[in-house]
Design a protein around this ligand. Structure first.
Ligand SMILES: [Zn+2]
Length: 248
């Protein structure tokens, strides 16, 4: 009698646990050795676009085509929720309420995260840090707004975030809702535009990329603190542009 009652519970516990383990681990990938970006495409069938894609990101933005790019409309009322160390980056999860509107669609901000050094290059120039604001519309189309940082004054919003940096992989720290996400962006939000992909596996394509022309500043100490926490550079190298236009 006792077994009959406990077996289903054991089953539930076992499979529930395994499900969580699979979901959170997935296929391992990284930035060095056997897990480095040049191997991503062969680590898992689901990652094949990393090797085969013709619209991959990041890129070296150059050879611009002049275009009448409409202003991006930013709604900035969502606050910051928490800061996660996922071992690949430091990610800031955002509450609902922040979005961009472009191409007649609204893309809601899900999270933003950081790379050091920058992933995209501007006319061949690498910057010390880059932030990616990741958005999705209601059909699941993705849009990334990229912000470049150059070395200079200490950045007050980065200061606030870095005070809560989660030291260990898998750790999450709650944030005080002092800043809204786009407070990081400069006032002038003119941008470059191209079609690209996620810069991490599975390297999904069809991502609208908007790279803000103006730079934010970050102090060398702030970059060093982030780089030290990651233990390694977390930038995918630039990918071939092929026939894609890069609009400015
Ligand atoms: Zn990114």
């Amino acid at each position: 009698m006792k077994m009959r009652k406990t077996l289903p519970i054991l089953f539930l516990a076992l499979f529930g646990f395994m499900g969580i383990a699979f979901a959170s681990e997935g296929v391992k990938w990284g930035y060095s050795g056997n897990l480095a970006p040049e191997h991503w495409g062969s680590l898992d069938p689901a990652f094949e676009m990393c090797a085969k894609g013709r619209n991959q990101a990041p890129i070296d933005l150059h050879g611009f085509i002049e275009a009448e790019l409409p202003p991006l409309f930013f709604a900035n009322s969502g606050k910051l929720r928490d800061l996660v160390n996922n071992g690949h980056t430091i990610k800031v999860n955002c509450m609902e309420g922040s979005s961009i509107t472009v191409d007649g669609k609204t893309f809601n901000l899900l999270q933003f995260h950081f790379h050091t050094p920058s992933e995209n290059l501007i006319d061949g120039r690498s910057l010390p840090m880059e932030a990616h604001f990741v958005h999705a519309d209601r059909d699941g189309n993705l849009a990334v707004v990229a912000l470049m940082f150059e070395k200079g004054e200490e950045n007050p919003m980065i200061k606030k975030l870095w005070e809560k940096l989660p030291e260990n992989i898998g750790e999450t720290n709650t944030l005080d809702p002092v800043f809204a996400p786009y407070d990081l962006l400069p006032k002038n939000r003119d941008y470059y535009r191209f079609n690209g992909s996620l810069t991490t596996p599975p390297c999904t394509e069809g991502v609208r990329w908007f790279v803000i022309k103006g730079y934010a500043t970050v102090s060398p100490e702030q970059v060093a603190k982030f780089a030290h926490l990651m233990h390694h550079p977390n930038n995918r190298p630039v990918q071939p542009v092929y026939a894609r236009p890069i609009l400015k």
